[in-house]
Design a protein around this ligand. Structure first.
Ligand SMILES: C[S@@+](CC[C@H](N)C(=O)[O-])C[C@H]1O[C@@H](n2cnc3c(N)ncnc32)[C@H](O)[C@@H]1O
Length: 286
């Protein structure tokens, strides 16, 4: 399937996709998730991309620690560019991945040495004649409606099968607009999963261990992103004053608010969201 046209994608998701692209360029890593900072950075310690890559490896290990020993086959939904899939394969699991993005497909194949099947599709459109032992949603649940996720996962699992979900979630249902607003309301996702026959086996809130990545992204955006934009604006103001005037108007009109919101991302996260890893099991039907 081709990459969905941007006009079909909700605005909040498009903001998130832009953030994913930015993140890909920034980290140069095979993971697209926030990572798991353990130990936490000390007060005043510089947050570096090298440290982030270590945190991302720790996050993959953290996911693995949630996977029951009986599991052999995994469907990695929203598999990104293959970091988790490669990690799980190296630990002996048989993995397949899917994502609706051709650019990610290319990188996924490279990062998994063509060893892991990739399906270029949305989860909502994915059908298979066989089932998996576990379905993984690593920071991809927020792109899929709760009912589609719960019912789709139930269809691809046998009774007793597992669903492992790791993502940001809104604990504040009143938070409905802005950069993180496409994340599920935790209670609504829980209701959809229970309705589809899932039972929560294990959960952990890792908000604290994820938050340094938000600080790192904001720091880099402020230091490199905004100072580069300011430099370009200064040069244009000297060389082409009328263009500068238009650019300044457009900046104020469309960019000022999202940028201010991006810079406040840590506070928005702490006030309205949490980051949770949840292992669910489909009822055994006995
Ligand atoms: C933040 S990335 C996470 C990637 C990867 N799981 C990781 O942890 O590094 C979100 C992923 O969800 C995918 N995605 C977005 N909408 C989706 C959908 N409807 N069905 C399946 N995957 C989707 C994106 O293409 C991307 O691969």
């Amino acid at each position: 399937m081709l990459k969905p046209k941007s006009s079909n994608i909700p605005k909040a998701t498009r903001y998130q996709n832009a953030a994913i692209d930015y993140y890909m360029g920034l980290t140069n890593s095979s993971y697209l998730h926030y990572g798991y900072w353990e130990p936490l950075p000390t007060q005043g310690e510089e947050l570096t991309l090298t440290r982030l890559r270590v945190a991302q490896e720790s996050y993959a290990a953290k996911l693995l620690s949630f996977i029951p020993e009986s599991i052999k086959t995994v469907l990695d939904v929203g598999c990104g560019i293959g970091g988790n899939a490669a990690y799980l394969c190296s630990r002996g699991l048989i993995v397949e991945g899917l994502a609706p993005d051709a650019l990610q497909q290319e990188r996924f194949i490279k990062n998994t040495n063509s060893q892991v099947p990739f399906y270029l599709t949305r989860f909502e459109d994915f059908h298979k004649s066989y089932s998996y032992d576990l379905i993984l949603f690593s920071e991809s649940s927020q792109y899929i409606a709760a009912l589609d996720l719960a019912q789709g996962a139930a269809r691809l699992l046998d009774s007793g099968g597992y669903l492992l979900l790791a993502d940001m979630m809104r604990f504040d249902a009143e938070y409905q607009e802005g950069i993180f607003s496409n994340c599920h309301v935790a209670s609504e996702l829980q209701a959809a999963l229970e309705q589809a026959g899932f039972k929560l086996i294990k959960t952990e809130d890792i908000s604290t261990q994820v938050a340094p990545t938000i600080d790192l992204c904001v720091d880099n955006f402020r230091t490199f992103g905004l100072s580069t934009v300011k430099y370009i604006a200064d040069v244009v103001a000297i060389a082409l004053p009328p263009l500068y005037a238009i650019g300044r108007w457009a900046f104020k009109r469309w960019l000022e608010k999202p940028i201010a919101e991006g810079l406040a991302a840590r506070a928005i996260f702490e006030n309205h969201l949490c980051y949770s890893i949840q292992l669910w099991q489909l009822s055994k039907g006995d």
